[in-house]
Structures are given as structure tokens and as C-alpha cells.
Ligand binder design. Structure first.
Ligand code: HEM
Ligand code: HEM
Length: 186
């Protein structure tokens, strides 16, 4: 027979980890960045224009889209292989992992608080004129105000701070440490 001889060492060999994220993780990462920019762009246009609720409606619809995108992203992240970790001091690994985890949490908290403020305000969410997401909550001005404050004064500034930290970290790796970290997510 031409079968390879039974090699006892092969039982102890573990699979080699890839050094890049899977294509799905990459697409979800950059897709989230793009959606986030669009969501922010719509609220900025809304605040600077007198076009009624057009941009605010788009802000809500793209925000809800980001929530669905994030659900798919987490599923894809769970089923994708994790690449070998980047060599760096333990505390830096801890800070980067905590930042990533927090960014995931914030990218859920942002649209959820938006949905809650809208529904507590007694309004439906218009999804690009295609269909509505009607409120499933009893109208409550106090709760609407609470989630509005959470959305705009707490979660949003926190997201900005950790996104800045994340980008600074990536730039530090790319241009100071020169370990080509971008190739993992490009
Ligand atoms: C110019 C902007 C950005 C750059 C250059 C960048 C770069 C990167 C890089 C290089 C990684 C991979 C790190 C590794 O392999 O360990 C990564 C992962 C990640 N990025 Fe970004 N990123 C950017 C924007 C954002 C934004 C805006 C968010 C969310 C608000 C974000 C959320 C994440 C998360 C959650 C991960 C972790 C992936 C995981 O472990 O599942 N990134 N990013
Ligand atoms: C990741 C998703 C989201 C992000 C990053 C985001 C971000 C923001 C930002 C930056 C503001 C402006 C804060 C300010 O006044 O300076 C805002 C306002 C607002 N957002 Fe969102 N949002 C998201 C999702 C949603 C969703 C899903 C809804 C509703 C379904 C929503 C409803 C609103 C409303 C109604 C306002 C106006 C609040 C006011 O003027 O008092 N947002 N959002």
C-alpha cells in the first residue's frame, strides 16, 4: 500500500494559524466603517439643513442597517478562524482586545439606543420608504429623553474616543513599529 506510515508525531501537530483575517471579517470591518460614516453624514446633513426629516429618516434607516450588519458581523467573526496574535507586550494586547470588544458593544448600543428613543417617542422607523418598523413600546417621553441623551451624549462620544484610540494604535503599528498590521485586515 502507498499510504503514509502511521506517524505518532502527527497526532500532536496543531493546525497552523493564518496571519490574516478571513475575507468575511475584512468585508464586515470595512463595511461597518463605511456605514458608520454614512450614518454620521446623514445626521450632520440633517443638522445643517432645513430639508425636513429626510436626512433624519435616512440616519435612522442606515443606523438600523448597521445594527443588522453588526449581527451578521458577529456571526461571521465567531465562525472565522482567528489569526495568530501580533507580537507585542501583554498590556498592549490586552488594551487592543478590550478596545475591539468595546467597539463591538458600542456599535450595537448606538443603533439600539436610537431605536429605543424613536419608539418611546411614539414614532415608526421608515426603512428607505420600503417598509416601516412600527413602535412596539408604549409612548413614554421620559424614556425617550433618557435614550436620546444616552445616544448623543454618552455612547457617541465614547465611540469617538475608542475609534480614535483604535486608529492611533493601527497607525502606530503601521508606521512606527512597521509590522505591516494593515495587511491583516486589508
Ligand atoms: C481608518 C480606520 C481604521 C483602521 C486603519 C483600522 C484598522 C484595523 C486593523 C489593522 C485591525 C486588525 C487588528 C488585528 O489584526 O489584530 C482592525 C480590527 C478591528 N477594527 Fe478597525 N480600523 C479602522 C476603523 C475602525 C472603526 C471605525 C471601527 C469601529 C468603530 C473598527 C473596529 C474594529 C474592530 C471591532 C476590530 C476587531 C476585529 C476582531 O478582532 O474581530 N475599526 N482594525
Ligand atoms: C451606529 C448607529 C448610529 C450612530 C453612530 C448614530 C449617531 C448619532 C449622532 C452622532 C447624533 C447627533 C448627536 C448630536 O446631536 O450631536 C444622532 C442623533 C440622532 N439619532 Fe442616531 N445614530 C445611530 C443610529 C440611530 C438609529 C438606529 C436611530 C433611530 C432608529 C437614531 C436616531 C437618532 C435621532 C432621532 C437623533 C436626533 C436626536 C436629536 O436631535 O435630539 N440613530 N445619532
Amino acid at each position: 500500500m502507498s499510504m503514509a506510515p502511521n506517524n505518532t508525531r502527527s497526532n500532536t501537530v496543531t493546525a497552523v494559524k493564518p496571519n490574516k483575517w478571513s475575507s468575511a471579517v475584512k468585508i464586515f470591518h470595512w463595511g461597518s466603517v463605511l456605514l458608520l460614516i454614512v450614518v454620521w453624514g446623514m445626521i450632520t446633513l440633517h443638522k445643517g439643513s432645513s430639508a425636513g426629516d429626510t436626512y433624519l429618516d435616512l440616519h435612522r434607516a442606515f443606523g438600523v442597517s448597521l445594527l443588522f450588519w453588526m449581527i451578521a458581523r458577529v456571526i461571521s467573526r465567531i465562525v472565522s478562524p482567528t489569526p495568530a496574535s501580533v507580537p507585542m507586550p501583554k498590556w498592549q494586547t490586552a488594551v487592543s482586545h478590550l478596545t475591539h470588544l468595546l467597539l463591538y458593544v458600542l456599535l450595537f448600543a448606538m443603533p439600539l439606543s436610537g431605536i429605543l428613543m424613536t419608539w418611546y417617542g411614539g414614532r415608526s422607523i421608515d426603512m428607505f420608504g420600503l417598509f416601516q418598523l412600527p413602535s412596539i413600546l408604549a409612548t413614554d417621553r421620559g424614556q425617550a429623553r433618557f435614550f436620546n441623551n444616552l445616544h448623543t451624549d454618552v455612547i457617541w462620544p465614547t465611540l469617538l474616543v475608542f475609534t480614535a484610540l483604535h486608529i492611533l494604535g493601527a497607525l502606530q503599528h503601521q508606521f512606527i513599529k512597521k509590522d505591516n498590521i494593515m495587511s491583516r485586515i486589508k
